[in-house]
Ligand binder design. Structure first.
Ligand SMILES: [Zn+2]
Length: 344
């Protein structure tokens, strides 16, 4: 089984992940190779933040959803600031700067156009692109900032403490979050360990070895807790694949492929499913204690589904499990057959 997920690391400026994401955040993530992390800085000093092309003026605000390094999308907005084009999340104080931006594709499924823009660290999706459309003609127009403004690469664990990675891995393995995942996908027989040298060299931040029923993570190449959570859900998703082949095959009937060739899981059903599982877990954890109206949560799910098809189907299935028996969306998503009949 291809366990290795290349990674997704959330590139942040401003506050760290813990502050940027809800405490119940189920885990975004991705997978990141050391070389990627070492050069993750997206700022390329040149020009002025006011942009030469004039396609974007200060004061413009473009609402949408940012998916950094493959992590589930976060609602927020882009605006032009002194440091260039910056995304700020609606939840927490996550911010990310885009030095380059281009239109990747337009998804007009369900009769509504969703514009997916590619930025340095991932994709930004919006149905009201406004002046961003003009940016495609000036792909470098948002470049700005100075070297001194470049944020440092964040690390989940202290690189000077050799015991820190295993400690972080064992910590999440013993967390309530992990208990929820074990309740859904079962708990590996072997204690959770660290990705070995070969796996790390291959850029893996997580591995599930089916023959040994063992799961390993590499916190030393992660940038935040959200990534750790996502990796755990992704790898346990592989465990579920091994044990519930027929069930997953039935659930997966009719699920379209990932459209973005740069998204992890593209053209690889096993990895696509593992990402959809991790996205579904993320959505369920995010909305478990949310006071947001159901319509708002369902809208968020559509944005997950847009990037990783199958997320909605798996969300509905997982909601039927005892772990989520008190989830606020359970009855809505599992009994409203009319509204959701189109997808399964
Ligand atoms: Zn994988």
């Amino acid at each position: 089984m291809n366990s290795g997920s290349r990674s997704v690391c959330l590139f942040l400026i401003g506050a760290g992940c813990a502050a940027a994401l809800p405490s119940i955040w189920g885990g975004p993530v991705g997978y990141a190779a050391p070389s990627v992390l070492a050069s993750v800085d997206t700022t390329r000093p040149k020009g002025s933040p006011s942009t030469d092309s004039g396609w974007l003026e200060r004061g413009w605000v473009i609402p949408g959803y940012l998916s950094s390094w493959g992590l589930p999308p976060l609602p927020g907005q882009f605006s032009l600031t002194d440091t260039g084009l910056v995304f700020r999340s609606a939840v927490g104080d996550l911010s990310a700067r885009a030095a380059t931006i281009s239109l990747a594709y337009i998804d007009d499924e369900n009769g509504r156009a969703h514009y997916i823009f590619r930025i340095d660290t991932g994709v930004f999706e919006t149905d009201a692109p406004g002046p961003l459309l003009a940016a495609t003609a000036h792909p470098m127009g948002v470049d700005s900032g100075s070297p001194s403004r470049a944020p440092p690469v964040r690390r989940l664990v202290d690189g000077s403490d050799p015991a820190a990675p295993l400690r972080a891995a064992r910590q999440i393995a013993a967390s309530r979050y992990a208990d929820s995942l074990y309740g859904l996908f079962g708990q590996p027989r072997a204690p959770l360990g660290l990705v070995g040298r070969r796996g790390r060299a291959a850029g893996r931040i997580g591995e599930y070895i089916a023959s040994r029923d063992s799961l390993a993570l590499d916190p030393s190449h992660m940038t935040c807790e959200a990534q750790l959570r996502h990796a755990l859900a992704h790898e346990l998703g592989h465990r579920w694949q091994v044990r519930a082949k027929a069930q997953l095959a039935a659930l997966w009937a009719g699920v379209p492929a990932i459209r973005d060739p740069k998204r992890y899981g593209y053209a690889d059903r096993s990895e696509h499913q593992a990402e959809a599982i991790a996205f579904a877990v993320s959505f369920l954890q995010t909305t478990a204690g949310s006071a947001a109206p159901a319509a708002s949560s369902l809208g968020l799910l559509e944005h997950y589904e847009l990037l990783v098809p199958g997320t909605r189907t798996l969300t509905r299935y997982l909601l039927l499990q005892p772990v989520y028996r008190t989830h606020p969306l359970r009855s809505l998503l599992t009994t409203d057959r009319i509204r959701y009949a189109r997808e399964k």
